[in-house]
Ligand binder design. Structure first.
Ligand code: HSE
Length: 311
């Protein structure tokens, strides 16, 4: 392609879903980004940057491409040939919302390519249809702390900024877990008392996060819906959940479907959290990449660049 071409650049943060008791409902955006550049082209082509993305398909089975296609199908139109470039700081299959971010990126890029008319609420709807739950996609789309629901037809989400009083530590292991398998580990039916337990705990967690009562998070960072069934596949999780009360930290949860472990850290306790997780790594024989960060409050961004052909 010759001359100055329109390039759509979408930058989407990763996320941590569930936050303990809020299975499939609560999420936080994280400041690690997926960047996607899309341009009309003569034929379809996809390029990824970085060895960690080498496993991604470069044909029509690519999730970003499929998502763009889904958007066009929903609008009864045909996706024109596109060139797609993908870069990402979000580790794949670690419970950090890489597929949710890819879905949001694909939908925003397709919307921009078509006419840019869809609202974020409509993008959320399509994203949730594709993902099957709204927690990751809403966090990636809106940023901040999100509270979501999905009844199989309609997605709803509210989002709120999170102050720097709350920091999180992510202990990202060097092995991956499939979300599909991790979802199958959860029984289809759960006891009523466990459902009631989680409703109360997640409702209070939302209350504490929205009213800035972060020091009360430890009281409610408990879950009976998914972590008990998933923890056998997540090295170190059961121990950290058992021991967290002995440290001056605000709580621990499985990030999404895992295997990343997320710790909620009070101000000035970052070192304590890092030292503790390094001890866990040593004693349990786990290789973790440890990252501490604040919550990402901006959400997905789109910019239009003008340049020559992408690659
Ligand atoms: N809420 C989802 C789960 C997040 O726990 O399975 C992972 O995609």
């Amino acid at each position: 392609m010759i001359g100055r071409e329109k390039i759509i650049h979408v930058k989407v943060p990763g996320s941590s879903a569930n936050l303990g008791p809020g299975f499939d409902s609560l999420g936080l955006a994280l400041p690690f980004y997926l960047s996607v550049r899309v341009q009309l082209a003569e034929r379809n082509s996809i390029k990824v940057y970085g060895d960690h993305l080498a496993s991604l398909p470069l044909d029509s089975s690519n999730l970003i491409y499929q998502t763009m296609n889904y958007f066009y199908q929903k609008e009864n139109q045909e996706l024109p040939p596109v060139a797609i470039e993908i870069e990402s700081e979000i580790p794949l299959s670690r419970g950090l919302g890489s597929s949710g971010a890819a879905i949001v990126a694909g939908l925003l890029a397709a919307n921009e390519l078509m006419d840019g008319k869809k609202s974020k609420e409509e993008i959320l709807q399509y994203a949730t249809e594709l993902e099957g739950h709204a927690d990751n996609v809403a966090a990636s789309l809106y940023g901040g702390f999100v509270v979501t629901t999905w009844d199989g037809k309609t997605a709803k989400a509210e989002h709120f900024p999170v102050t720097e009083e709350l920091q999180v530590l992510l202990a990202i292991p060097n092995y991956t877990l499939s979300t599909n398998i991790a979802r199958k580990a959860i029984p289809k039916d759960i006891p009523l008392k466990d459902a009631a337990f989680n409703i109360g705990h997640s409702a209070l967690l939302v209350t504490y996060l929205l009213t800035g009562q972060y020091d009360k998070i430890p009281l409610v960072m408990k879950d009976r819906l998914h972590q008990p069934y998933r923890q056998t596949a997540v090295k170190g999780l059961e121990r950290v959940i058992r021991e967290i009360g002995q440290h001056e930290l605000w709580g621990v949860a499985l990030s999404g479907a895992g295997p990343t472990i997320i710790l909620f850290i009070p101000p000035n306790q970052k070192k304590v959290a890092e030292t503790y997780m390094k001890q866990i790594a040593r004693e349990e024989g786990i290789e973790f990449e440890i990252k501490s960060c604040f919550i990402e409050n901006e959400g997905a961004k789109i910019e239009i660049l003008w340049g020559s052909h992408l690659f």
